[in-house]
Design a protein around this ligand. Sequence first.
Ligand code: HPA
Length: 247
Amino acid sequence: MSAIDLAVIGGTGIYRLAELNQAQARHIDTPWGAPSGPLRVGRLGQASVAFLARHGEGHALPPHRVNYRANLHALKQAGVRRVLALNTVGGITQAYGPRVLACPDQLIDYTWGRESTFWDGEGEPLHVDFGHPYTPALRDRVLAAARAAQVPVVDGGCYGATQGPRLETNAEIARMRRDGCDLVGMTGMPEAGLARELDLEYACLAIVANWAAGCTDAGEITLAEVLENVAAASSGLPGLIAHLAAG
Ligand code: HPA
C-alpha cells in the first residue's frame, strides 16, 4: 500500500472527489469514535490522495456534531501527514466575495462546547504552539499549486469559526469584522487545533459561498445560493489538488 501524499477534507457541497482513480474505501475506527465516513483513497495522477467528507457523504452531520477528533485521528492512523481542509464560508471583507477561493493565514475561534483537544487525560497538559494556525509551508504549497493550476486564490485572511448551525446575526458579523475576520465558517475549529496536536500539516482552502449577514442588502442567505456558488467556485479544485499532491 503506497503512502498517502495528501488528505482532503471536503465541506458543504463537496462530498466526493470524483477525479480519484481506483478509489478504495477504508473504514477506520479510532479511540475517539467513528469518523464522518470512509476514507476514500485513490490516485490523482501519480499521487495517492485520501478524501473524507467532513459532514458525511450524505451531509447528515451539522458542524457542531462532526466528530473532529475521530476524523483527524483516522487520517493520522492512515499515515497522512498533510491535510488540505476545504471549508465553505461566508465573506465579510471586500476581497472575499462569493465564489472567491482563499487560503487564510489566521483564525479566531468563536465555537463552544466542542471536543477540542486530544488531551483529556492526566499528566502534563499539551499546550501546542498555535500562533500560526495553518502550517506556513503547506500554505505556500497550496498557493504554488493554485498558480500552477491557474486557479485564482486570495493569499491570507482571517477565518472566524462560529458555532452554528444557524447563520450569524448582522451584529455578530459586525463584531467579527471589528475583530479582524475576513471569512466566517462553522467548521474551521476545532479541526485546525486538533491537526496541530497530532502534528499534521494543515492548510485551509476556503470557498466563499455568500456574503455574510449584513454585508449585502441582497436579502436572505439560502442553501441554494450556497450550493450554487460552491459548485461554481470548485471547478478548478481537482487541478489544484492534483498539483498540490504531486508537489
Ligand atoms: N456563516 C457561517 N458559515 C457559513 C456561511 C456563513 O455566512 N456561509 C457558508 N458557511
